[in-house]
Design a protein around this ligand. Structure first.
Ligand code: ADP
Length: 334
């Protein structure tokens, strides 16, 4: 693995690495996506050509980076990692592209945040395996077309809708990652516990899975907090009650909702009397970027039935009121 970006992708803690599966078989859950990807990789191996470009879409922490690394590993090719925000000028991307080896995987995280000029350069490179390199500066500058070896771009995005369609059209395979059901998270937690050497008693993984917000990254993070608890309390095995106590200390919601989720629900219920409220008003009220509210927070709240999106705006459901300990008929505006 070579890092080419000045800023490592998404300021990811190094600790994410030790829990990453390296082969498709070790990737837990998402069975349909895995089957599709397996076929895609098998075909590429049989044809002995680098596979088409792949787009991975879905909320943060669901395994996009992990899948990109698995693809490179399964194809036994190197992977280069960068991200949309790390590429400030088209030239940054041109220099990465022109140094790629044949068959190499180029992983671009947050690809929807590439500057426009870089986007254009990228889709030409993806389609024609060609890049125009600028030589010199000012009026004397010339562009030299450079032929690239075949390579595979894997783009990851939390906002597929923001990708311009010419770029989106260059991907031969788009995979949508969804939140993980509790049973899958349970398996993932058991796998991580084995890797980290944590002895979870029967029923403990379920308690962790319930609070993990459908997200592997959160599941692994909570597991580490539980490990701290077990170490400090000299536990040889972690019982379900230990999980509950440890996570209660960190104010982890039993439904897995985090601080922002709760702030959003609170705002809708308490300031807009349940809604409907527009995304911008809502985001301003909780002091977050509307992109974060829309891509990180809402998909989970909608999926779990706490929030619905209507043409007039976001509305809190009865389940949301109940979770906050309120009744929809309560007039909270007073
Ligand atoms: P993303 O790139 O979508 O933000 P990552 O690929 O970085 O998410 O995954 C976050 C963490 O969760 C990593 O430590 C990874 O090992 C783990 N993880 C994600 N998906 C899975 C999975 N399906 N099976 C096992 N571990 C996973």
């Amino acid at each position: 693995l070579r890092m080419v970006s000045a800023t490592p992708i998404g300021n990811e803690p190094v600790s994410d690495e030790e829990l990453r599966p390296h082969v498709l078989d070790g990737f837990i859950g998402q069975p349909r996506l895995k089957a599709q990807l397996q076929l895609f990789l098998d075909a590429a191996r049989k044809r002995e050509v680098p596979p088409d470009h792949i787009l991975l879409a879905g909320p943060p922490g669901l395994g996009k980076t992990t899948l990109a690394m698995i693809v490179a590993n399964e194809l036994a090719v190197p992977i280069r990692v960068t991200s949309g925000p790390a590429i400030q000028h088209a030239g940054d991307l041109a220099s990465i592209l022109s140094s790629l080896d044949a068959g190499e995987v180029l992983f671009i995280d947050e690809i929807h945040r590439l500057p426009r000029a870089a986007e254009e350069l990228l889709y030409i490179a993806m389609e024609d395996f060609r890049v125009d390199v600028m030589v010199g500066k000012g009026p004397g500058a010339t562009s030299i077309p450079l032929t690239l070896p075949r390579f595979t771009v894997i783009g990851a995005t939390t906002r597929e809708g923001m990708l311009p369609s010419p770029l989106r059209a260059r991907f031969g395979f788009t995979a949508h990652l969804d939140f993980y059901p509790k049973e899958e998270l349970e398996k993932l937690i058991e796998r991580s516990a084995a890797v980290l050497g944590i002895n979870l008693a029967e029923g403990s993984a379920v308690q962790l899975a319930m609070r993990s917000r459908g997200t592997p990254r959160i599941a692994n993070r909570l597991l580490r907090r539980v490990r701290d608890w077990a170490i400090v309390h000299n536990l040889s095995a972690v019982q379900p009650d230990d999980v509950c106590e440890a996570l209660a200390l960190y104010q982890i919601d039993t439904e897995g909702l985090d601080r922002l989720d709760i702030a959003v629900l609170n705002a809708i219920v308490c300031h807009f009397n349940g809604g409907p409220v527009g995304l911008n008003n809502l985001s301003a009220m909780v002091g977050e970027e509307s992109e974060t509210v829309e891509t990180v927070c809402e998909p989970y709240l909608v999926r779990e039935g706490f929030l619905i999106r209507t043409p007039k705006g976001r509305v809190a459901t009865a389940k949301a009121w109940e979770h906050l300990g309120l009744k929809p008929q309560d007039d909270v505006s007073k």
